[in-house]
Design a protein around this ligand. Structure first.
Ligand SMILES: *Cc1c(COP(=O)(O)O)cnc(C)c1O
Length: 237
């Protein structure tokens, strides 16, 4: 059962307060950090809550789920940006390019090729983020840090894709302290990579999509511009 809108709004207020506090500590402005509502496994109404609250985007893990859900949202949610944050198989590239406004989980040259082709067929420019395994987690998708410059160069060469920045997921540890240490290291790596690329290529790569329910304050401290939050907004899945 989805929580009520009032409960959602209380939770969203609390998260925004947490983001603002992390920004203040880091000397950042809180408007630099967007809260992306992760609606996966929840009904379409979860996306309507996000829109009603004034959030600009929602994140989904699966193409099929978003494809089913998006048409079920209210007309007033029409301006919501739908972002794919879960792993994408290249044979679903066409559907992904069709049903999402941005794909955050691009982690291979093969996927770049397929998405570029799909965007061309649809006559659109598809915004993307490159997913980097910045924590060197064997269990995670994402390009290796060492391969990132090559992936970025390949992405920039695609006429129908627009590279907005980078995305990562921090590995979990076996204790809260270890998890926090992994998160700090992972987010610092992604930030460093972005800064290096931006300086070398003279492009902003503005978006740093990092931070979830458990590690969003650490991510904001490290420079996140987009925190992807599901559990803290909607409850456990
Ligand atoms: C599910 C998911 C999230 C949200 O995680 P919570 O811990 O529920 O906030 C963020 N990013 C990705 C890639 C996810 O798959």
């Amino acid at each position: 059962m989805l929580i009520s809108y009032e409960e959602f709004a209380r939770r969203a207020d609390a998260i925004r307060t947490q983001i603002a506090a992390a920004c203040a500590t880091a000397g950042r402005h809180s408007h630099e950090v967007e809260l992306l509502a992760v609606t996966k496994t929840h009904p379409a109404l979860a996306a309507d809550y996000a829109a009603r609250y004034g959030l600009r985007g929602v994140g989904e893990n699966r193409v099929q789920e978003a494809q089913d859900k998006r048409p079920q949202t209210a007309p007033t949610s029409g301006a919501l940006r739908w972002e794919l944050i879960g792993h994408l198989q290249s044979n679903k590239s066409k559907l992904a390019a069709q049903h999402f406004d941005r794909v955050q989980s691009v982690d291979s040259e093969k996927l770049l090729l397929h998405l570029d082709r799909a965007a061309a067929e649809l006559g659109k420019t598809l915004p993307i983020l490159l997913q980097i395994n910045a924590g060197n987690d064997p269990a995670k998708f994402g390009a290796d840090l060492a391969d990132a410059p090559r992936l970025v160069a390949a992405a920039l060469a695609k006429k129908n894709l627009r590279v907005d920045g980078l995305m990562t997921i921090a590995p979990l540890g076996t204790t809260p302290d270890e998890t926090a240490a992994h998160a700090q290291r992972t987010f610092a790596n992604l930030r460093q990579l972005r800064d290096d690329l931006a300086a070398r290529l003279g492009l902003p790569f503005r978006e740093l999509s990092m931070g979830m329910t458990g590690d969003l304050a650490l991510a904001v401290a490290a420079g996140s511009t987009l925190v992807r939050v599901g559990t803290a907004l909607y409850g456990a899945r």
